[in-house]
Design a protein around this ligand. Structure first.
Ligand SMILES: C[S@@+](CC[C@H](N)C(=O)[O-])C[C@H]1O[C@@H](n2cnc3c(N)ncnc32)[C@H](O)[C@@H]1O
Length: 204
């Protein structure tokens, strides 16, 4: 009988997007040693990315309700460079400069359109605590000059707002303003499959 936990939380989107994201992150984080992931979700990105970048350690985190699921993925994949999840709620546990000084990279996927905009701003304010040269990678859908990049993203926006009014696809320009205020400059805006972006920033 298999020891694999087949009832653990599962995201098909993560299965679909993990390889294209990895193709970017392997260069972005080539010289980085410690990555903090905010909003790890199921943990599928962490257990896929980290073993392919075995020069670094990948710290998972999420709200308390997702900690168990992430642990179940770590147990099954038996990866050595993924650290068990920290409970981090940006609304409650942020900024955390003492924690952040341990990391030279930060990754977050599909969180900016889930967190309320004030929480997204708080997230960026906290990033002021990262050291010069640190890299920030943000994956997800964004609008440009108020325009959706596709009809499917516009439909997604309606679906998000029907769930929670504070959710919504963010304007790239507003994200860039917050990142710049926290000392990050944009290195590259990657167009990704399924009308997503992967934004790569570096701390000045
Ligand atoms: C759409 S899921 C994305 C999960 C995963 N990163 C992925 O791409 O599949 C959004 C994640 O953001 C997390 N999240 C929501 N609000 C948060 C907050 N205030 N602080 C930290 N994480 C939060 C959720 O718990 C969830 O795991």
């Amino acid at each position: 009988m298999s020891d694999i936990d087949s009832n653990k939380p599962f995201s098909q989107a993560c299965e679909n997007n993990r390889q294209p994201i990895y193709e970017v992150l392997k260069d972005t984080f080539a010289n980085k040693k410690t990555i903090l992931e905010i909003g790890s979700g199921t943990g599928q990105h962490a257990v896929y990315m980290a073993p392919r970048m075995n020069h670094l350690q990948w710290q998972t985190s999420d709200l308390s309700e997702n900690v168990e699921g992430i642990n179940r993925w770590i147990n099954d994949e038996k990866v050595v460079n993924v650290l068990r999840p920290l409970e981090i709620d940006i609304e409650k546990h942020w900024p955390n400069t003492d924690l952040l000084k341990n990391f030279d990279g930060l990754y977050t996927a599909n969180t900016c359109h889930i967190m309320p905009w004030e929480t997204v701003r708080k997230f960026f304010v906290g990033l002021k605590g990262m050291e010069e040269g640190s890299r920030l990678a943000i994956y997800g859908p964004f609008k440009y000059q108020g325009q959706f990049t596709s009809e499917s993203n516009e439909r997604f926006e309606h679906w998000l707002k029907a769930q929670e009014a504070h959710r919504g696809i963010r304007d790239f320009e507003a994200i860039a303003e917050e990142a710049n205020k926290s000392g990050f400059e944009l290195l590259k805006d990657h167009n990704m499959p399924a009308n997503n972006q992967l934004l790569i920033w570096q701390k000045r």
